[in-house]
Ligand binder design. Structure first.
Ligand code: ADP
Ligand code: MG
Length: 294
């Protein structure tokens, strides 16, 4: 049975908003050497907004993008749907919408006469390449400028034609730099960001949060591979649908409660108040409890 000291540490942590699902999770946190963070929705608030639309037909593109993104759970998708609504661009109905983890979303629309069907998609450069599409020089310049300024980007396409490049901005979670500094002070030596986003965006976020290490442009399976190469025991902090496999694979999965249900279910620890600042205290609690038991 669980030693009383661990039960009381778990109760104390829970009062602070850190929910351990088991005493094994408390024990694991005490031993963690590396913490890996997802970026979007974990280091950032994932309250994203569409800041720029580079397209010939902005409203038409927003209607198409919203038609796609209303089928996605990604934080970027929410931003696109909201931007379309704000400009009264009614989402275009799409069929067979399919999320492609680490890339975006694709679907089909009816086009022209005689029931011909066109593929439509919204996502990153990797998805664009997969669709066999290319950026025009103007779109390429826009994409580079947005990424260099730290904005994430969404590319929208119809078949092999790119119809828009959108800049999506996010804000850091309040207090995230302090949370990371606190973890370092608590003796968690190694901290790294793992993200599917572009390197320029990752670099900007790493700089602002005080993380010395980041790996960018990762597919979900890349995240899993890198996790197995990092010095363990390893804790993974994440929020999203795409993070569930990583949360399950880590020695300790930590979910922020604002995330999706599947992430919360896959995790061993849940940060109920979305406050990563509570992690350092939880590490100390866990270590004290472990020291008392062993
Ligand atoms: P992260 O949370 O680190 O951004 P994800 O694996 O969730 O990692 O996503 C990786 C990248 O895939 C995103 O940065 C984005 O470029 C793209 N992406 C994923 N889903 C969508 C979507 N629904 N719409 C647009 N882009 C998407
Ligand atoms: Mg995320």
């Amino acid at each position: 049975s669980t030693p009383a000291v661990m039960l009381s540490a778990m109760a104390a942590a829970a009062r602070g908003g850190v929910l351990f699902k088991s005493s094994a999770a408390l024990d694991a946190l005490a031993r963690v050497k590396t913490v890996a963070f997802d970026k979007t929705g974990t280091l950032t608030q994932a309250r994203m907004t569409v800041a720029r639309v580079v397209a010939d037909d902005e409203l038409g593109v927003l209607a198409l993008a919203a038609g796609l993104e209303r089928h996605s759970e990604h934080p970027i998708a929410q931003a696109v749907v909201t931007a379309a609504r704000a400009r009264s661009a009614a989402p275009i109905p799409v069929r067979n919408a399919q999320a492609i983890p680490g890339m975006g979303i694709e679907a089909e629309v009816d086009s022209g006469e005689r029931g011909s069907v066109e593929r439509v998609w919204a996502g990153n450069l990797r998805l664009m390449e997969r669709e066999g599409a290319r950026l025009t020089p103007v779109q390429d310049t826009a994409l580079r400028e947005l990424n260099a300024a730290g904005s994430s980007t969404v590319i929208v396409g119809r078949g092999q034609r790119v119809v828009a490049v959108m800049g999506v901005s996010d804000t850091l979670r309040p207090g995230i730099a302090d949370a990371i500094a606190g973890l370092r002070k608590a003796g968690v030596a190694h901290q790294v960001m793992l993200t599917g986003d572009r390197a320029e965006v990752a670099r900007a976020v790493a700089h602002e949060t005080g993380l010395s290490e980041y790996r960018a442009e990762l597919l979900p399976e890349d995240k899993l591979r890198i996790m197995s190469e990092l010095p363990g025991p390893l804790a993974m902090v994440g929020d999203g649908v795409n993070d569930a496999p990583a949360l399950a694979r880590a020695d300790l999965g930590i979910a922020v409660a604002s995330g999706t249900d599947v992430a919360i279910e896959s995790a061993d620890v849940v940060l109920m108040k979305n406050d990563l600042g509570k992690l350092a205290g939880a590490v100390r609690l866990a270590r004290d409890a472990r020291r008392t038991v062993f």
